[in-house]
Design a protein around this ligand. Sequence first.
Ligand SMILES: [Zn+2]
Length: 259
Amino acid sequence: MKLQLLPSSFDENGLASEQQHLSCFVINDSVAVDAGSLAMATNSLQKKQIRDVVLTHAHLDHIAGLPLFIDDLFDILDEPIRVYATREVIEVLKRDIFNWAVYPNFLELENKKGAVLKYRAFEVEREIVIKDLTFKPIEVNHLVPSIGYVISDGKTKIALTGDTAETDEFWRVINTEKNISAILIECAFPDQLKELAQSSHHLTPKILRKEIEKYTGEQCPIYVVNIKPMYFEEVVRQIKELNIENLQILQVGKVYEWI
Ligand SMILES: [Zn+2]
């Protein structure tokens, strides 16, 4: 399984920065998990292949690129973009994004081949099959209804928290899974902003360490994602100070492959 966290900001030379403003993971160049920079940072192969977008929640940094992606591809789509999300998230997209005020309602528009957008609502812990991938949605603990996933291609499995504060449910589910190759976990704020992290339902390095202790499966690499750009260096330093051997920062733009 291949996974890439798409870039979403630039450094002073105009190159992709290691800081993450938006969330969009592309799996096997063909399925997106979240759509933060989906329109802006996908390469031409990904634009051609991605027709399935799985959302964790409806915060802007996770959906910003979705309306633009459909807009960009509107004329050339020969099948709709399928958006997989909980009913709550789909309601937010309909009411607050694709509402003719913020952006056109692509449900009501068609190109010469037909529909360009379809919603696929799912239930927590009911597996979703997309191409050769299986997604198991797990409810996590964020300010708004939010989902983490176990993603499997039949051989390889990874787990992704999405945005979350402390969660027992995520670990309960992934502890029942065998052969997880990697875990991606958020860590938005540094330890000194613990109160802000708690009120916005995110993790800090110290809380992250306690979360990781809940994992009882076989040891595997654990990658930190979703560090707030303003606190990037500080969070990275604090994560290194945790001195956890298999814990590292997921590099923006890098293609990871697990076999
Ligand atoms: Zn969020």
